[in-house]
Design a protein around this ligand. Structure first.
Ligand code: ASC
Length: 132
């Protein structure tokens, strides 16, 4: 029975969707498209931190890359650079914690924190995610 890792891929993509949803809320507040609400901003930041704390190797089995299976953009070089992958995931967690502080500080603090957070997303995507 060939392994398609469909469940693992969906689960980890779910993590990224939760991140994107919360980044969207915070981005909306930073731009003024969504009214700043401290509790909602903090809830979004808390979720980012929570997701960032889940680094579960079982979601990333060797071979669950875009050269071997459909439905993922994870490139095989991830598995050759696991220390760097984890360092980049850790940077996301650090930036998410800074967002918790920013979310409680006020609307004007969210934009800069979001820029830093987005940079940590992009660093990993540039290195390990295939283009669409
Ligand atoms: C998002 C999202 C990403 C990152 C990235 C930041 O909101 O879905 O993948 O931010 O665009 O550079």
């Amino acid at each position: 029975l060939a392994q398609d890792y469909a469940a693992e891929v969906k689960a980890r993509q779910g993590q990224f969707r939760i991140l994107a949803l919360n980044l969207g809320v915070l981005g909306g507040m930073a731009k003024g498209d969504i009214a700043y609400d401290m509790a909602a901003a903090q809830a979004a930041a808390d979720s980012l931190v929570g997701v960032s704390m889940v680094h579960q190797p079982t979601l990333w089995p060797e071979g669950s890359d875009n050269m071997s299976i459909d439905g993922t953009r994870a490139q095989p070089n991830m598995w050759e650079n696991l220390d760097d992958v984890m360092a980049k995931w850790g940077a996301l967690g650090d930036a998410a914690k800074e967002m918790q502080t920013a979310a409680a500080t006020g609307q004007e603090a969210i934009g800069p924190a979001l820029g830093k957070l987005g940079g940590t997303c992009k660093a990993c995507h540039d290195a390990y995610r295939a283009p669409e």
